[in-house]
Design a protein around this ligand. Structure first.
Ligand SMILES: *Cc1c(COP(=O)(O)O)cnc(C)c1O
Length: 374
């Protein structure tokens, strides 16, 4: 089965990991700091590495101080973790509808849902296309809320010339194998605000405070460390950071190949009836994580089944987050975000990854064309 997404691992990656295994460090060693510095060079803001993208979201919300009684406005067109990690901290998640074409959070919908309890607005850069950050920034600032970006799809993208990582108060990344780069499991939190970075770092390390100037009992002894707020062990091991730094060296090449494949899909699928292709805002330079098409005329389920039967591993990204039974049980109802629901009903992600060959892509195009003509 041709997958919809897949990592690229080179001999250089394997050497970087085996070199790390030959040192005394397996967990928190010099490669963690090195990877965080390499990430900062791309993200444009200091980064805290964590064990996965879900942990990154949990850490970002914790750093922002999100808790019971707070409202977090976000998009339903995302992986459930964008919302579930805020809910797990006790917040009420408020789903705002998406833009009809990009499937990104619609600033007008966010504006309409802000209240005196809004503490965070979390955008998702769907498929790698940055959300409308300048507008979301104004709304969040007016509401006194923290602006978050779930950029699990979008490391390497820019918005009005600014890199993803500098657009929100807190930005999260995922390095799962299907994403733009991988550390197997992995993620990071970026922030231009040193205080938020410090809070994220502390949460990621069980809440342990080791800086004497911050301790309540600084004279306890050299061994002493204190927990002031609960945290978790979300550290990304040295061995995986070695893989991350090695992968980051090819991020430019990854972006170029993803752009090339996306442009080929745009061209080869341009005249296919029953199909709608993804759009791009003029002021955005996306790192294309997904190639999300829309299958019209109520045929998405059929096209999905027939492509899978032909060995083409298409995917659907995503069911609206509040359709998950856990949100249904909390009283969230279908129909709440009709634009997102229509988008979901038509959405299909075609295979897109760095090592996808032109010949494989041609087969995807021909198979899809044949199915839609039938
Ligand atoms: C992948 C993903 C996550 C979660 O990342 P993991 O590393 O799998 O935990 C969160 N949000 C979005 C939008 C994602 O695509």
């Amino acid at each position: 089965m041709l997958p919809y997404g897949k990592q690229q691992i080179t001999e250089a990656d394997i050497e970087a990991v085996t070199a790390a295994l030959r040192t005394d460090w397996l967990t928190t060693g010099p490669r963690v700091e090195a990877f965080e510095a390499d990430l900062e060079a791309v993200a444009g803001a200091p980064c805290v590495s964590v064990i996965n993208g879900t942990a990154a979201l949990h850490t970002a919300y914790a750093a922002a101080g999100i808790g019971a009684g707070d409202e977090v406005i976000t998009t339903p067109m995302t992986f459930v973790a964008t919302a579930s990690t805020a809910a797990m901290l006790g917040a009420t998640v408020v789903f705002a509808d998406v833009e009809e074409d990009t499937a990104n959070l619609d600033p007008a919908a966010v504006q309409a849902l802000t209240t005196s309890r809004t503490r965070a607005v979390t955008a998702v850069d769907y498929a790698g296309h940055p959300a409308e950050y300048d507008e979301l920034r104004k709304i969040a600032d007016t509401a006194g809320a923290t602006l978050l970006a779930d950029a699990a799809h979008a490391i390497g993208s820019t918005y009005r010339g600014r890199p993803v990582g500098t657009l929100a108060d807190l930005t999260t990344f995922s390095f799962f194998p299907t994403k733009n780069l991988t550390t197997a499991e992995g993620g990071a939190v970026a922030s231009p605000d040193p205080e938020l970075v410090r809070r994220a770092r502390t949460f990621r390390t069980v809440g342990l405070v080791r800086d004497r100037s911050r301790m309540r009992q600084p004279d306890e002894g050299g061994w002493h460390q204190e927990v002031h707020e609960f945290g978790l062990n979300y550290r990304l091991p040295d061995v995986l950071c070695a893989l991350g730094s090695s992968q980051l060296q090819r991020l430019g090449a990854f972006k170029a190949r993803r752009a090339e494949l996306s442009a080929r899909y745009d061209e080869l699928l341009a005249d296919v009836p029953g199909l709608r292709l993804p759009t791009r805002r003029a002021w955005v330079d996306p790192m294309r994580h997904l190639y999300p098409v829309r299958i019209l005329d109520g045929r998405r389920r059929e096209v999905y089944d027939r492509l899978r039967a032909a060995g083409i591993g298409v995917q659907v990204n995503y069911i609206p987050a509040y359709w998950h039974p856990v949100f249904e049980d909390l009283g969230y109802r279908r129909g709440m975000c009709p634009v997102a629901e229509l988008f979901y009903a038509e959405q299909l992600s075609l295979p897109l990854f760095v090592d996808l060959t032109d010949a494989e892509q041609d087969r995807v195009v021909e198979t899809l064309r044949t199915i839609l003509a039938g």
